[in-house]
Ligand binder design. Structure first.
Ligand code: TYD
Length: 207
């Protein structure tokens, strides 16, 4: 059986990843593909339990190293129990965030070494990478507007970090995309969901 394709949607908070994931899965199903949609941190019972520990805003939270290990552990369960089996069946897998979020947040945002994060990924998930990583990019002023409407002041532990942190995250995503143009596509997330969807489809069809 042909292996399904593995697509990750990435980007900072409030860029519209979940809407685009839904539109993309509808479009691929209409083309007759089996499609599994999922998210990180999460996607399996074990990984969702780790998600709750990571994003909870009560208690003192985690240091960057513990946080990176927890993301890697959640991803290991997600890859072994959901992503690989789906790809092996020939399905497409669309995930809202994956390893490049760890690189951008725990690496670019929190300062951990990129090679170390990739080593954790090799240990946890045998280094599985998406066939295509779509990074949605949006002007920070528009992000602020969208988040104000979405979260109404209740962001999670990581989403609530300061603007400088999120600027480092955005710069890190751009840097990874520039370094690996065959895997990444940078997509402008401004405009209606339908216009952004057309750009996402073009990025997928090119892979
Ligand atoms: P989520 O509610 O899914 O955020 P969003 O709607 O913005 O995608 O929460 C996930 C948060 O976890 C988000 O702030 C990004 C962060 N994160 C990391 O820091 N590292 C990671 O590896 C992943 C997958 C997410």
């Amino acid at each position: 059986m042909t292996r399904g394709r593995f697509i990750a949607l990435e980007g900072g908070e409030g860029v519209g990843k979940s809407t685009q994931l839904r539109l993309l899965s509808d479009a691929l199903r209409a083309r007759g593909h089996g499609v599994v949609t999922t998210r990180e941190p999460g996607g399996t019972a074990g990984a969702e339990a780790i998600r709750a520990m990571l994003l909870d805003t009560t208690g003192e939270g985690w240091g960057p190293r513990a946080e990176a290990l927890l993301f890697a552990a959640a991803r290991a369960d997600h890859v072994a129990r959901l992503i690989r089996p789906a790809l092996d069946r020939g399905d497409w897998v669309l995930t809202d965030r994956y390893i490049d979020s760890t690189r951008a947040y725990q690496g670019g945002g929190s300062g951990l070494d990129d090679a170390d994060l990739m080593t954790l990924h090799r240990i946890g998930s045998q280094g599985l990478l998406p066939d295509r990583t779509v990074v949605l990019q949006l002007d920070p002023a528009l992000v602020t507007q969208r988040l104000a409407a979405r979260d109404r002041g209740h962001s999670d532990r990581i989403g609530g970090r300061d603007a400088a942190y999120h600027a480092r995250v955005a710069a890190a995503f751009r840097g990874y995309a520039d370094a690996e143009p065959d895997r990444f596509a940078l997509v402008d997330a401004a405009g209606t969901p339908e216009r952004v969807h057309a750009r996402v489809i073009a990025a997928i069809d090119a892979c």
